[in-house]
Design a protein around this ligand. Sequence first.
Ligand code: ZN
Length: 77
Amino acid sequence: MMIRMMICKEITKLMSRRLDTSLTLQERLALHMHIAMCGACRECNKQFELLHLTGHEYQNLILDTDTASGSSDTPEA
Ligand SMILES: [Zn+2]
């Protein structure tokens, strides 16, 4: 599976969306990969975590890399 490199603007959008809804596996991987390489987004993500106190979701993001839902590709507006 090819994960395309996302730009910071897209990543921050994912970060905020992640707090309201769950991301697809691909989105989570893209987010995780970007954060691993981009210090600015890493800091930004920390701020999101602090603001919303969703530490458990962050754990899921890191640990839960293997629960591909596969066929459930529900489009979002
Ligand atoms: Zn970035």
